[in-house]
Design a protein around this ligand. Sequence first.
Ligand SMILES: C[S@@+](CC[C@H](N)C(=O)[O-])C[C@H]1O[C@@H](n2cnc3c(N)ncnc32)[C@H](O)[C@@H]1O
Length: 438
Amino acid sequence: MARAVRARTCALGLLGERRRRDARARDLLRGSEALAGLPERDRALAFRLVMGCVAATGELDRVVDARLARTAHLEPRVRDALCLAAFELLYLSTPDEVCVSQGVELVRGVAPRAAGLANAVLRRIAEKDAPALAAARGRVEAGTFAAADLARVGALPEWLCERALASLGPRAAAAWASAALEPSAATVAANRALVSTDEAERLLADAGCGPVAGPLPGSFSLGAPAQLAGSGLVERGLVLPCDLSAQQVALAAAPAPGSRVLEVGQGRGTKTVLLEGAACATGVPCEVVAVEADARKSERAARRMKDAGVADHVRCVAADARALDASLGSFDLVFVDAPCTGTGTLARHPEIAWSLEAAAVHELAGLQLQILSAVASRVDEGGALVYATCSILAEEDERVAEEFLASDAGCGFELVSQERTSWPGSDVHFHAHLRRRL
Ligand SMILES: C[S@@+](CC[C@H](N)C(=O)[O-])C[C@H]1O[C@@H](n2cnc3c(N)ncnc32)[C@H](O)[C@@H]1O
């Protein structure tokens, strides 16, 4: 019997480490020497397996439990190995025989006596669950599906798929669920506060990243994204790893050259640099006050602003946006990058789907409305208020904008436009543009 190939043993090791350290998959993958030491093809498979197993965790547990002959208590390492093989069997194009035999070898490697059980469970998954998934995929493709089909296809909780259907409608919900387990596109943005789009393209090409100009000013997809890590371009602040949807939201906010901007929810500061870059590309930087509730994030963002060459025009403030100091004054543009469920970023953040609880959606919607209401008075007359999330849920998106407009704080505003981004292979973001009447 063939031994489990290195990609799978490496992925299994990382899944165990993740469980023991309660670490985020992406952080583990980024720092893993074992992964870095693999040949490129094995590295790509191990990456996909770890991200996929984490993203599909609840569905894989359900499938494995359903195919156990009795409710046996599985040792965690055996469960990890079974889930890994089940993920590959159901969601990747590896032939069933390979998935089963490799899964058995993985289990044998951690618990030799469980190899027989692994063989039986994986064969039942191939016989029963793979055809059920294929049927669900068929219904989704034909447009005759229910939330349970989306849950199968995207390995998502059914309640979330019901909300997605209600929020997005059938077509967009199907696209969202179908993309949940797909690798996200490798995209970057030029920091146009430091380099022109042409210069960024040359730097990326010289570093061997294989840049292809994207649909937005300063955006690139990378043919060889692994080359970016050693290039120094990110550390020098010249390019930003950044999803196309995040770029679109920042560009659509379009701060006028020299304008005063309040950014709420600065986080790592990616959109701060994009906002500055958009103003700089027109010749004059804007003056940004960037507010972040988490003091450590704010400190890190302040350092990043230096690397990105925009520190002279960005003041990072660690504060709760619901209680800002009056001395900060008012602004031409208030850009709220709201804390949210992140349900538009499932492919990038595999932990979200199965750790999210329905009650959290309601709580976040309350926080979002509070933030919007608190910062509304900071918008100058005729000025803009942009409300953005990376959620697909109407409760956090359109409903919050509607409730705000209907409130005392929002009654002086009008809705100019609102939309969700929809780039293939990218996250989904929502942005509503409001204007304070004169
Ligand atoms: C969507 S993330 C921001 C992403 C960031 N703008 C970027 O482009 O990288 C939302 C941020 O809002 C912050 N936040 C949450 N509640 C807040 C509050 N009451 N006031 C200010 N910031 C808050 C969170 O800590 C988080 O960093």
